[in-house]
Design a protein around this ligand. Structure first.
Ligand code: HEM
Length: 396
């Protein structure tokens, strides 16, 4: 058997700015392609990615159980384990994150967005698409979990220090020191919050987790780990989806104008952005048992890196996949993953992004962007800097 191999460095900033040509090289090389630079098998096809992400018996998340590299979780959480243990750690959170449950937050999300975009409405001609937008998921998540307003800035700082620096063991010592400090502060803070919640019982997600019946209740360290995972998974991702959408809509002015005139089109914009240039570009799995994948033998312990952004442009699934088109027939994409670890926060991310775009397009339908910089994050790809200029500001 000849093994297809391509040593692509996905962390090259030039490639991060535009990775799609590289994905086509992978697709042309084969269905399962060895990458010596990342020491993983790359999987670019839609059906093959679904196989890997569904078949947790053969392809697990064991890489997140390596406590040397993933040290910031105090105990197990849903990301680290497979069914049936996965159900025990995911099910208590699931009811609070369904579409119906998060729909109740819409008014609050809209208020948060209006408040954060106030400077634009009041005539400011520029807005930072990352530092201002990241406040939206932080405020919403903090509120949902039950973090008081005066601790939100700390909460955002801990989250961005940990989530923004993840390199699974490759962090430099200074970054690692800052991450450890942030993680210790977050842990201490959560311990205080547990006490406050046990006494005051505010109506929020943390109280609901502490109130689970004894037979399904997670331990305190497991609850702290669950909160940390929400914090790490729910903030950078959503802000980057919002800013990716702004970059795309600037490019496709006719579709932007239609969405600005008819907010009913915005859910289709969000889905097409998730397909065309979603946030998560690499989703890893560990081979549990030597097996065949699309005719290639992968050995126990090997890493497999599914490429959802490549799969979302698979020509076998989408006609003219490279065309951004909000009118295309909607078909399930992999922007939120697939299988048992499918993103639990997808309804919330969709809601927040829809409301943010709706409000922003109403206030600044003819915006343009400058200084957009994609930085060095490939797994979670999206601008890390960028300024939005309102041009003409529409009446609020
Ligand atoms: C646009 C925003 C988001 C994107 C693109 C995104 C993407 C993803 C993807 C691709 C996965 C699957 C990872 C895997 O299979 O290993 C995932 C899992 C997860 N996401 Fe999201 N996510 C987003 C927002 C959120 C939000 C807002 C939250 C929390 C409220 C969240 C919480 C989680 C959790 C907890 C998991 C792990 C689920 C499990 O292991 O069962 N995500 N996300």
């Amino acid at each position: 058997m000849t093994i297809a191999s391509l040593d692509i460095n996905f962390f090259d900033p030039v490639l991060i700015a535009d990775p799609f040509a590289a994905y086509e090289e992978v697709r042309a090389a084969g269905r399962v392609v060895w990458n010596g630079a990342m020491r993983a098998w790359m999987v670019p096809g839609y059906d093959d990615c679904r196989t890997v992400l569904t078949d947790y018996g053969r392809f697990s998340n064991a890489q997140y159980r390596d406590r040397e590299k993933v040290w910031w979780f105090e105990d197990s959480n849903m990301v680290m384990v497979e069914p049936p243990e996965h159900h025990r750690l995911r099910n208590p959170l699931a009811p609070m994150l369904t579409r119906t449950a998060v729909a109740r937050l819409e008014g609050h999300v809209a208020e948060t967005v209006e408040h954060l975009l106030e400077p634009l409405r009041d005539g400011a001609d520029r807005f930072d698409i990352i530092s201002d937008f990241t406040m939206i998921p932080t405020v919403v998540l903090a509120e949902m979990i039950g973090v008081p307003a005066d601790r939100r800035d700390d909460f955002r700082r801990w989250s961005s220090t940990i989530a923004g620096s993840l390199a699974y063991g490759l962090e430099d010592p200074e970054t690692l020191g800052a991450m450890r400090q942030a993680s210790a502060e977050l842990r201490l803070y959560l311990a205080e919050e547990f006490e406050r919640h046990r006494q005051d019982r505010p109506d929020d997600l943390l109280t609901a987790l502490l109130d689970q019946p004894a037979d399904s209740r997670m331990s305190d360290p497991e609850i702290r780990s669950a909160i940390s995972v929400l914090l790490l998974a729910g903030y950078d991702t959503t802000a980057k989806l919002m800013s990716n959408a702004l970059v795309v809509l600037e490019q496709y002015a006719d579709q932007r104008r239609r969405a600005a005139a008819d907010p009913g089109l915005i859910p289709a914009v969000v889905e097409e952005v998730l397909r065309w240039c979603g946030v998560l570009h690499g989703v890893l799995r560990t081979v549990e048992t030597t097996t065949e994948l699309a005719g290639v033998t992968v050995e126990v312990g090997d890493m497999v890196c599914t490429l959802p952004a490549a799969a979302n442009r698979d020509p076998q699934r989408w006609a003219e996949p490279d065309r951004f088109d909000i009118d295309r027939e909607q078909r399930a994409h992999l922007g939120f993953g697939y299988g048992p670890h499918l993103c639990i926060g997808a309804p919330l991310a969709r809601l927040e992004t829809r409301v943010a775009l709706q409000t922003l397009l109403r206030m600044a339908p003819e915006y343009h962007l400058t200084d957009v910089d994609y930085g060095t994050a490939w797994y979670l790809r999206g601008p890390v800097r960028g300024l939005l200029h309102a041009a003409t500001v529409a009446a609020a």
